[in-house]
Structure formats: structure tokens, C-alpha cells
Design a protein around this ligand. Structure first.
Ligand code: ADP
Ligand code: MG
Length: 402
């Protein structure tokens, strides 16, 4: 029993769905280069839901946005060119309908899959206009939300429709919500969080929220420098937000009050220039960073220690790389720790959930993205979830539970 309706609940709530019209919010906001889809991860994520509905004989109208047309029609951002690549990924026919209507949809054969035009061509979409929601709801018999990546927005297609039609989580959406619940909602303890990336300032709310939820808070990346500076370490020319030392103190205090252990690197990789394989590269204790050096990665002994923390944990949530992983050899700590987490996950001793644009790229670079229990591609929605915020698109589905 989930906190929201899933596709398995369709017969109970909607009855025989053959020939019924499903309005399905998907994430079709795929990267395009020269008019071609350059990464089809998001298209593949739609397959479980679209195939299931089609097999059940539903007529499916996909609602989605593309780019930021800001409420105006912009032919360069039409969803029409997505029909063919989606059809290829699905192995089924997909058509495009610029101006859907209930009659036009109902006339299609059972199992049809149709894409509607970019929802953000309509100003009412992002304003969550109730009148627009009513007119779109009239096209269909029920609503499926399969796009977690848009869950932090209260728009007609992500939130408004759930108030009008019977609402269900799609398969990908359901898997993501279950994984996030296993990681932070009701996780198995001890729980470790790895938070890295460039800056404390972009993740203050994440750090504050996690410090009261997890047992081990592992800080890496550029933001570790600010934590080290707050502990009196001279970080030389490293990226460091000296104006945030007081904020870091409040995070230390919150963690201590919640019995959460904060782990900082004690040895680091430094160099005088930020370039691939720089001649001045060396590892040193955090107390031995020279005034003209930059900390660009965590060094092996600390990574080993952090791996031992993971060995004693049942759950891991990870956002942010441990070093400047785009520039070798400063990918080493991220790659090594990711491989350790992947091995523990494969052995069945760790539930591992990761997300964030650069984090996902780093896990792919390490070759272990497929070994994590769950890797979220949601970006903004994932970070807001890590901040402990209620996501409108999730709340609406929970409220629609029957
Ligand atoms: P995500 O997109 O997964 O949320 P972030 O955007 O917060 O991650 O952080 C990723 C960036 O942090 C990367 O571009 C990486 O190069 C940078 N970074 C990590 N460690 C350091 C460091 N020690 N110094 C400078 N930049 C760093
Ligand atoms: Mg990023």
C-alpha cells in the first residue's frame, strides 16, 4: 500500500480502462543537438508507464514541456520532433497532436500514444491556472504523473490536474518515490550522506536538513574547504567561502545536537595550478597546505576512512562530487568512493541513492551508475527533496490517494 495511487490501482478506481483516455505527464525535456536527441535517458524512463497503459488499451495523451518558451508559442520548442525518437525508444507508434480534443482522442484505436504540444506554450500552465486545468482535464478520464523532475513545480500538468481527475503515479515516478523514501523517508540506519560539490552556499538547506536526519555526514569537494577553514585550517588558495564560517558552525552544532558525526578529509590532493596532471601535484595533511596551493580532491587515506564509514552503514544518499572530478587526477576520490559504494550495494549491505547533475555525470564516469540502488536524474526536484521540502507534485498525488 503506497501513499499514492499507482497504475495497479487503475482497475479498482477507474474500472475497465480499455478505450479510456489517460493524460500522462512525462519528462520529454531531452537534450538536443542539431535537431537530434543526444541523450535518451528521459525517453527510456517513460517506457514502463507508456507501454503498460498501451497494453491495457488506453488512449494515452502525453503532456510535457520543452525548454522555456515562457507562455508563448515558439516553433523552435515544439514537441513535434520528439514523436519519432520516442516511438523508436518505445518500439510503438507515437503521433503528435497540436490541438487535442476529447473527440479527436476518443476516435483513435485503443492503445494509441499521442504527444500534445509543449505545455509551456500556454501561460496558464506555469501559473497553474484553474480554468486551463479544467479545459485540459476535459480531454481525459484520468491523470498519471510520471515526471518526478517536475515535482517541485506547481503547474497545471504537474499539480493542477491531480485536483480534478483521478490521479496516479506512473511507474518511473513510483520507483523514484519508493527509492527516496528508502533513503531519507524511512531509511534503515545507520544512514550516511555524502555531500560534495563546489560550494556550501548552494547547499546550506541540504546540509542543515541532513544534519538532523543522518548518522554520518561526509563532506567533500570544494565545500569541505569551508568546513576545514571553520575548524582553523589554512586552506591556501582553495575555493573557500570565508563569509560562511558562521553558517558552517551552525551546521556543526545542529549535527552534534542530533548525534550526527561530521566527517571531513584529513589529507588532501593539492597543486599550485588547476590543470590536468599538474607538475606541482602532491598529497598532504590538511594542516600542511601552502599559501599558494589549492585543495582539489580528497587524498587516498581519507577516502579509505570514508569507505570504512560506508561499510558500517545500511543507507547512503549522495549529492556532489568529492573533488574537481572533470580534471584528472582530481576524479580519484569520487571514483574510488563511488566504486566502494557500488560494491557494498552489489553485496546487498547498502541501499544507495544518488542525484544531482554533476554527481550523476561523475557516477557514469566511474562506471558505477548502474550499480547504485537508485540514481535520480531529477536535478532541482532531487535537491529540494534533499532539503526536506514538500514537493507540490508529490503532495498533490498523496492528497489524491483513494
Ligand atoms: P551536483 O551538480 O551533483 O549537485 P555541484 O554542482 O554542487 O554538484 O558540484 C559539482 C562541481 O564541484 C564540479 O564542477 C566540481 O569540479 C566542483 N568541485 C568539487 N570539488 C572541488 C574543489 N575541491 N575545488 C573546486 N571545485 C570543486
Ligand atoms: Mg551542478
Amino acid at each position: 500500500m503506497t501513499a499514492f495511487n499507482i497504475l495497479d490501482d487503475l482497475p479498482r478506481i477507474v474500472g475497465d480502462v480499455r478505450g479510456k483516455i489517460a493524460l500522462v505527464r512525462e519528462d520529454l525535456n531531452v537534450p538536443m543537438t542539431d535537431g537530434r536527441v543526444s541523450a535518451d535517458t528521459r525517453l527510456r524512463a517513460t517506457v514502463p508507464t507508456l507501454a503498460a497503459l498501451s497494453d491495457m488499451g488506453c488512449i494515452t495523451l502525453i503532456l510535457a514541456h520543452f525548454g522555456r518558451p515562457k507562455g508563448k508559442v515558439d516553433p523552435a520548442m515544439s514537441l513535434a520532433p520528439i514523436a519519432a525518437p520516442l516511438a523508436e525508444v518505445l518500439g510503438r507508434q507515437v503521433t503528435f497532436m497540436a490541438e487535442p480534443s476529447r473527440d479527436a482522442l476518443a476516435a483513435l484505436p485503443a492503445g494509441s500514444i499521442v504527444i500534445a504540444e509543449n505545455s509551456r506554450f500556454y501561460a496558464g500552465e506555469e501559473a497553474n491556472d484553474p480554468a486551463l486545468a479544467q479545459s485540459w482535464a476535459a480531454w481525459g478520464d484520468f491523470y498519471v504523473n510520471d515526471a518526478f523532475s517536475a515535482a517541485h513545480r506547481a503547474h497545471v500538468t504537474t499539480e493542477g490536474l491531480a485536483h480534478i481527475l483521478p490521479a496516479f503515479a506512473g511507474r518511473s515516478r513510483e520507483a523514484e518515490l519508493r527509492a527516496l523514501d528508502a533513503a531519507l523517508g524511512s531509511p534503515k540506519h545507520p544512514v550516511a550522506a555524502v555531500v560534495g560539490g563546489a560550494k556550501v552556499s548552494s547547499k546550506i538547506d541540504v546540509l542543515v536538513h541532513l544534519s538532523s536526519r543522518v548518522d554520518h555526514l561526509i563532506i567533500g569537494g570544494g565545500m569541505a574547504n569551508t568546513f576545514l577553514a571553520a575548524r582553523g585550517v589554512n586552506v591556501g588558495k582553495s575555493l573557500c567561502e570565508h563569509d560562511l564560517l558562521a553558517t558552517v558552525e551552525t551546521i556543526f552544532a545542529a549535527a552534534e545536537a542530533a548525534n550526527c558525526t561530521v566527517h571531513l578529509p584529513y589529507d588532501v590532493m593539492v597543486s599550485r595550478e588547476f590543470a590536468p596532471n599538474p607538475p606541482s601535484l602532491r598529497s598532504c595533511n590538511v594542516h600542511e597546505v601552502a599559501a599558494d596551493e589549492m585543495i582539489l580532491d580528497v587524498a587516498p587515506a581519507s577516502v579509505e576512512m570514508l569507505g570504512d564509514v560506508l561499510k558500517n552503514c545500511a543507507t547512503l544518499v549522495w549529492n556532489g562530487p568529492m573533488g574537481a572530478f572533470e580534471t584528472p587526477p582530481f576524479d580519484a576520490a569520487t571514483v574510488t568512493l563511488a566504486k566502494m559504494a557500488a560494491a557494498l550495494t552489489r553485496e546487498g549491505s547498502l541501499v544507495s541513492v544518488a542525484g544531482g547533475g554533476d554527481t550523476v555525470a561523475a557516477l557514469h564516469h566511474a562506471g558505477v551508475a548502474g550499480d547504485f540502488s537508485f540514481v535520480s536524474t531529477a536535478g532541482g526536484a532531487f535537491l529540494e527533496w534533499m532539503e526536506g521540502r514538500e514537493l507540490p507534485g508529490v503532495v498533490a498525488l498523496t492528497r489524491a490517494k483513494m
